[in-house]
Design a protein around this ligand. Structure first.
Ligand SMILES: Nc1ncnc2c1ncn2[C@@H]1O[C@H](COP(=O)(O)OP(=O)(O)O)[C@@H](O)[C@H]1O
Ligand SMILES: O=C(O)C1=C[C@@H](OP(=O)(O)O)[C@@H](O)[C@H](O)C1
Ligand SMILES: [Mg+2]
Length: 173
């Protein structure tokens, strides 16, 4: 991390919140590289997230995710994390050094509409935990690590991107 490098932006939130989708557009808007930490995990492990979950279980995936986050340089980037990144305080402390954490706050009902394939989506939670349980457990964690919270209710992708850009401008004032 260089003193003079432009700040990175880190997106956090539930699966289906739009971190990966908005992150790519935000990176283009900011003229920065985009990194999706899910892809870093898959590259490092040589397996898909679902294969890691199937072979080793959700706690192993969370540990791998925490290791990958803590050992990566996120300078001058827009970073889309996986929804389970917030389970590691050490990882969030490391990644937070590169720039503000933006929580994309989408209501549970909308997350449920978007994540219709819950059982195949590779969510890093215990067997039997449903999306409502995931949301209830994680909401306090997303709020804890958020420097900025963006309310994404009733916004399309372009509207959400615009609100994230405006929130970052306000934060940097
Ligand atoms: N307003 C919106 N912002 C972002 N994504 C949206 C929006 N409305 C619908 N979507 C859809 O929701 C999904 C979000 O998925 P994704 O970007 O992979 O989320 P995440 O990385 O947070 O899990 C995409 O299929 C996207 O097209
Ligand atoms: O919320 C989760 O438990 C997960 C979310 C996924 O990323 P997205 O949040 O980008 O969908 C991915 O990291 C993994 O399948 C676990
Ligand atoms: Mg994603």
């Amino acid at each position: 991390m260089s003193e003079n490098a432009p700040s990175s932006v880190v997106l956090i939130g539930m699966p289906g919140a739009g971190k990966s989708t908005i992150g790519q557009a935000l990176a283009i808007a900011r003229g920065q590289d985009f990194v999706d930490t899910d892809r870093l995990i898959e590259q490092r492990e040589g397996k898909s997230l679902q294969a890691i979950l199937d072979m080793h279980g959700y706690q192993a995936l969370r540990k791998i995710e925490a290791d990958v986050l803590q050992s990566s340089d996120f300078s001058n980037k827009v970073v889309a994390t996986g929804g389970s990144a917030v389970y590691s305080a050490a990882a969030m402390t490391h990644i937070g050094q590169f720039g503000p954490c933006v929580f994309i706050d989408i209501p549970l009902a909308e997350i449920i509409r978007r994540v219709s394939n819950f059982s195949e989506r590779g969510i890093a939670g215990p067997p039997g935990q449903d999306l409502q349980g995931v949301y209830t457990e994680r909401l306090p964690l997303y709020r804890r690590y958020a420097d900025i919270s963006v309310d994404g209710s009733d916004l399309d992708e372009a509207g959400l991107l615009a609100r994230v850009v405006a929130s970052l401008a306000e934060y940097n004032k």
